[in-house]
Write a new protein. Structure first.
Ligand code: NDP
Ligand code: 2IT
Length: 449
């Protein structure tokens, strides 16, 4: 990994001190600024007019109270966030996360990553992110609906299909998007389909949006493997998480001939050397909304559940971290490398710590950073917006074909940019530089914004 260019050192120092106590945001900004040294060396004008400083400062940050009444009649209060980070390329676009760990640092790191990710897709979308410290685990459907309605009651004034278009993330799937869409419609008296993505098929959703992030990550890793005349066929794969991204990564990996041997949730991980039974995982996680440990009880022999352990100790050829930030440490990366891993595709946002990224790159492992590898989700959200704007609904095949094409383009853009800047095979640098240049060019053209 590169160090900070001396011209950019004060820029980073200023971001760190202005945003004290926000470690995840610092981590995301540091990585991008580290990559920009090579850009400034080649094109010094990108350091002018406080362009980088402006990119690191959100255009708008909204923090609000979300009061709601639980099933026992007790009043609860949560905190809601929406960070509208950058609209140079289009309306703010990015998911909403409902998880007890959500705070301003996490929303800002996610929003910052989203700017460059969205730029890489080539679609007309800016970057934003939001969410709440609400914990949906063990809440009834009624409680979740009332929470979503209260959340939207405060947020709706800031949204619009030409302003800001949220979608799902951890803890927010089709059900929650449905509740929020219903409330938006009541409050505005507008059936404004393009105000949220990840909607149900009966009211403006896009086919393949549910599958898009996991499928897209798998397409991206496949493109990386192809550069080494390799493929998923016969490969052992470990996917962390067992939510939206993990499930559809596993589905695509299996269709490409790979064998997924382990997955996880926040309670531990399961190993099935015979190959994970994905129908069973879907039944447990999507239908029953249960725990992954139930897999072992239902499947029985030759499977096991490990409560306190590291999923990255399971030997594999390809690792696809698809749960949450910083879930794969330097120590985990070393274990994976020792066991012969050849490729890593980040389904989650920033799942590998900086130490882990460094270890993978030093070992010559094919490493796909989240802002490139998991861009298929938001890209398909943009396809959903496109269908909403033209009041159209495409087939699954047509939508998936567009997704596959977009992922191939992102792969090639990152690979070519890395090569152009003298670091062939460095997808982190390629993604950061290619994403930055698109946003920077649009901002320069629009004046001091
Ligand atoms: P889901 O809520 O569907 O699934 C999240 C999974 O990760 C669950 O298995 C959950 O376990 C596990 N998990 C969550 N937090 C933790 C934690 N702190 N420690 C351990 N395990 C945890 O979310 P998604 O699949 O949508 O999101 C997963 C990742 O992918 C996130 O980083 C998200 O930002 C990223 N992403 C999502 C996109 C999308 O379109 N949905 C697009 C691009 C990136 P449990 O069931 O126990 O809660
Ligand atoms: O991190 C992400 O890219 C997402 N959660 C999806 C965002 C979107 O608007 O589809």
């Amino acid at each position: 990994m590169t160090s900070i260019d001396e011209k950019l050192e004060p820029v980073l120092a200023e971001v760190l001190s202005r945003n004290a106590g926000e470690p995840e945001f610092h981590q995301a900004v540091r990585e991008v600024i580290e990559s920009l040294g090579r850009v400034i060396a080649k094109h010094p004008h990108y350091a002018d007019d406080a362009l980088i400083e402006r990119i690191c400062e959100p255009e708008r940050q909204i923090i609000f109270r979300v009061p709601w009444v639980d099933d026992k009649g007790k009043t609860q209060v949560n905190r809601g966030f929406r960070v509208q980070f950058n609209s140079a390329l289009g309306p703010y676009k990015g998911g909403l996360r409902f998880h007890p760990s959500v705070n301003l640092s996490i929303v800002k790191f996610l929003g910052f990553e989203q700017i460059f990710k969205n730029a890489l897709t080539g679609m007309p979308i800016g970057g934003g992110k939001g969410g709440s410290d609400f914990d949906p685990h063990d809440r009834s459907e009624g409680e979740i609906m009332r929470f979503c309605q209260s959340f939207m009651t405060e947020l709706f004034v800031h949204l619009g299909d030409k302003t800001d278009v949220p979608a799902g993330d951890i803890g927010v799937g089709g059900r929650e998007i449905g509740f929020m869409f219903g409330q938006y419609k009541r409050l505005t008296n507008r059936f404004e389909a393009g105000v949220l993505t990840g909607k149900g098929m009966l009211y403006g959703g896009s086919r393949a949006r549910t599958e898009a992030t996991g499928y897209g990550n798998t397409y991206f890793v496949q493109s990386m493997l192809n550069t080494k005349d390799s493929s998923f066929d016969g490969k052992k794969v470990v996917v962390s998480g067992s939510g939206n991204v993990a499930i559809y990564s596993m589905e695509k990996v299996q269709s490409f001939g790979g064998k997924v041997v382990a997955c996880s949730d926040s309670g531990g991980y399961i190993v099935d050397e015979g190959g994970i039974d994905l129908d069973l995982v879907k039944e447990i996680k999507l239908n029953r909304r249960g725990r992954i440990s139930e897999y072992v009880r239902l499947k029985g022999k030759c499977t096991h559940h490990i409560e306190n352990g590291r999923i990255w100790d399971v030997p594999c050829d390809v690792a696809m971290p698809s749960a949450t930030q910083n879930e794969l440490t330097g120590r985990d990366a070393k274990a994976l490398i020792k066991n012969g891993v050849t490729a890593v595709g980040e389904g989650a946002n920033m799942p590998s710590t900086p130490d882990a990224v460094r270890a993978f790159q030093e070992a010559g492992i094919l490493f796909a950073p989240g802002k490139a590898a998991n861009a298929g989700g938001v890209a398909t959200s943009a396809l959903e917006m496109q269908q909403n704007a033209s009041r159209d609904s495409w087939t699954f095949e047509r939508t998936e074909q567009r997704l596959a094409e977009i992922m191939r383009n992102i792969h090639d853009l990152c690979a070519n940019t890395a090569e152009e800047y003298g670091v062939p095979g460095d997808y982190v640098l390629g993604a950061n530089i290619a994403g930055f240049i698109r946003v920077a060019e649009a901002m320069r053209a629009q004046g001091v914004i």
